[in-house]
Design a protein around this ligand. Structure first.
Ligand SMILES: *[C@@H]1O[C@H](CO)[C@@H](O)[C@H](O)[C@H]1NC(C)=O
Length: 467
């Protein structure tokens, strides 16, 4: 089976942003380690520096994965209703998707499957279909969000003011609907509504989740007739393991948190980060600093002032304020650069995580058994925070609304509660054990992965024997 004709070859196409790229690269690594030939299709320049740095590290650590540049057509901004650089990239890829056919046809051995990003479904499906190429989506959020997405075409939340009720899963309150979807002419809403009705045309959806993290929803997508009708086969191949290539080379810089973490007692540090693209307002940044001081905990806090890292120009001290910075430095570490979250969450001194609940952060926290204080700020994050709360991975103060400035006193109190919560600590550790069991031999994730690659092989052999 080692001849190139019988070798399974898969191409992966992400959209934009670390939240999408990271799981795609982890999947690429997982496939490569299981003897699947992988081609990664990338668009350049990447929107953020963090993406291009990650790609460079990936390339040197997994040279067996072929990286193919996808040159996009220029996008006329006056034809797009958005100024968000990541959404603009989604749209640019969508409008250039017809250029994918020659790229796909140039690959050797011929592809057995194509794995694409959720933001690219409707323009890419006709291309892969025309080439009779099985297509899969790697869904980069929770399964709960997937069921919400699949339900969109039949949903009436734009017309009425109701919660979203999907058979088999607990209702999604109106206040948890991703805000851009309630702006009907937003680019994001347009993509979401357009693409969700094409889900069924896919050959499968790969999810970075596992049963113990989302028992209710995973049972529902397997059991509920209504959901099964809306979705293609779902492969629960998560949790994706954080990988060595994600290591940031900052050991000798002042921003390296590891040395400092080594000196802290076990389970004493709270890690505070709101992901790769959520910029905080200045007044909220100051309140968080105040809250951290009031919590009495040690901390590592990643400050983000701009949605795209290339635009970060002001010094940390200007953003946080000199006086507060002096106090903070006595108790913890404040950084304004990209950190290797994997290393921080995996450190024995880190016990808690103040998180926006971007899905990768949630899954990483589960992987390392770090409890979460959920503070969703946008998009799918309230839907994910609900998963965090229900699974016992964390706590969530629901009354903090989207974009509302929360004061330091409240923040400090919630952090202290989370850090001192023994039952929460235990349930987060149970999830870590379950996560590791899922990917272990015979675990649910392992079995789903075998099923997936088995299907690819079968299709491959069928097409080889026809040829
Ligand atoms: C502690 O965590 C549990 C979940 O394990 C939660 O139900 C409870 O409300 C938390 N207690 C506090 C004081 O936050």
């Amino acid at each position: 089976m080692s001849t190139s004709e019988s070798e399974v070859h898969v191409a992966l196409l992400s959209s934009a942003g670390m939240g999408h790229l990271t799981p795609f690269l982890r999947l690429a690594a997982l496939l490569a380690h299981n003897n699947v030939r992988v081609t990664l299709i990338v668009t350049r320049p990447t929107v953020s520096l963090a993406e291009s740095h990650l790609l460079a590290r990936f390339r040197s650590s997994l040279p067996q994965v072929k990286i193919l540049d996808f040159h996009l057509l220029p996008l006329d901004p006056s034809t797009v209703n958005s100024s968000d650089p990541f959404w603009l990239r989604f749209e640019a890829i969508r409008r250039s998707s017809h250029l994918l056919s020659p790229l796909i046809l140039s690959l050797q051995p011929p592809l057995s499957a194509f794995v694409l990003d959720i933001m690219l479904i409707s323009p890419v499906i006709p291309i892969t279909r025309a080439l009779s190429l099985p297509s899969f989506v790697l869904f980069t959020s929770s399964v709960k969000m997937l069921s919400f997405f699949s339900h969109l075409p039949t949903s009436s939340f734009l017309a009425d003011d109701d919660d979203v009720c999907i058979p088999g899963i607990s209702p999604i309150p109106r206040s948890s609907i991703p805000p851009p979807l309630l702006v009907p002419d937003s680019l994001f809403a347009k993509i979401f509504f357009q693409d969700s009705s094409h889900l069924k045309k896919l050959d499968g959806v790969l999810i970075n989740s596992f049963k113990e993290l989302e028992p209710e929803t995973i049972d529902a997508i397997n059991g509920e007739e209504t959901l099964r009708k809306l979705l293609p086969p779902v492969f629960d191949i998560g949790p994706f393991m954080p990988c060595e290539f994600e290591k940031v080379d900052n050991e000798n810089s002042a921003d390296c948190p590891l040395k400092w973490l080594d000196e802290q007692p076990e389970d004493s540090v709270v890690y505070v980060s709101f992901g790769s693209r959520t910029a905080m307002k200045r007044d909220q940044i100051r309140e968080i600093g105040d809250g951290l001081m009031r919590s009495g905990c040690r901390f590592v806090w990643v400050v983000k002032d701009k949605p795209v890292d290339r635009e970060e120009e002001e010094e940390l001290e200007e953003v946080v304020g000199h006086e507060l910075m002096v106090k903070l430095k006595k108790k913890g570490l404040v950084v304004k650069t990209w950190v290797d979250q994997r290393e921080i969450l995996g450190h024995r001194s880190v016990g808690g995580f103040v998180s926006h609940c971007g899905w990768n952060s949630v899954v990483e926290a589960a992987w390392y058994g770090v409890r979460i204080m959920a503070w969703p700020l946008n998009g799918d994050q309230r839907i994910n925070a609900d998963v965090v709360e229900k699974s016992g991975l964390g706590v969530w103060e629901k009354k903090w609304g989207w974009g509302q400035v929360v004061n330091g006193e409240e923040i400090g109190e919630r952090i202290r509660e989370m850090m001192n919560n023994e039952s929460l600590k235990k349930s987060a550790q149970k999830l870590r054990d379950a996560a590791r069991e899922a990917v272990g031999d015979g675990g649910t994730s392992h079995v789903a992965f075998q099923r997936l690659t088995g299907e690819w092989k079968k299709k491959k052999n069928a097409s080889v024997s026809v040829a």
